[in-house]
Write a protein of this length. Structure first.
Lengths: 142, 40
């Protein structure tokens, strides 16, 4: 009973994985952290192989000057950038928008690609097909 | 130590031992864990 409880908790924490009739296996060789250890979210993100770049500060453009090729694509461009505004995002230098894991882009390279596509494509439908923005924000097209 | 707390202590021991093995690298991704009966 005690062993079962220990295994069940580790399965719940996704450190172990159970396979019916086969056994229990290690599913994560790098547990997030020991219980009493408090680490910075940026270190945690770095250790998981995600990019942390303190040199980049993103602020969405404001006002009526167009930065994309059309207002249709200006909107998602500003949304993407606004997600990473230091006044909005939880850890903007790690692309984390909320809850420690919700990121605006997979990595800075993906962010740059999204940013480039937003400013280079005129049609919003085409833009959404071409970029990973669909994963990030739910946009209802007119 | 009453029965309830000794059961709890045993459960924590088993869990800690498994975590230690994983953190130290003794057990790694994909390794099979001993069965419940073997761990008990």
């Amino acid at each position: 009973m005690t062993a079962r409880r220990a295994l069940t908790e580790l399965v719940t924490e996704r450190i172990l994985a159970r396979s019916q009739g086969v056994g229990t296996f290690v599913s994560d060789s790098r547990p997030m952290s020991s219980i009493l250890e408090i680490r910075s979210i940026d270190d945690e993100i770095n250790q998981r192989g995600h990019r942390y770049d303190p040199s980049r500060t993103i602020r969405a453009p404001r006002g009526n000057q167009l930065n994309a090729k059309s207002w249709q694509t200006e909107a998602p461009l500003r949304m993407l950038m606004n997600n990473l505004d230091p006044e909005v995002a939880e850890h903007p230098h790690s692309l984390v928008v909320y809850a420690g894991i919700g990121r605006a882009a997979r990595d800075w390279q993906s962010y740059d690609k999204d940013r480039y596509l937003s400013s280079d494509i005129e049609n919003a439908n085409k833009l959404l097909v071409n970029r990973s923005l669909l994963d990030i924000v739910d946009i209802e097209l007119l | 130590m009453n029965n309830k707390s000794s059961v709890q202590a045993r459960f924590v021991q088993i869990k800690s031992a498994l975590l230690d093995k994983i953190e130290s690298g003794e057990m790694s991704l994909g390794d099979k864990v001993l069965s419940e009966n073997q761990l008990a």
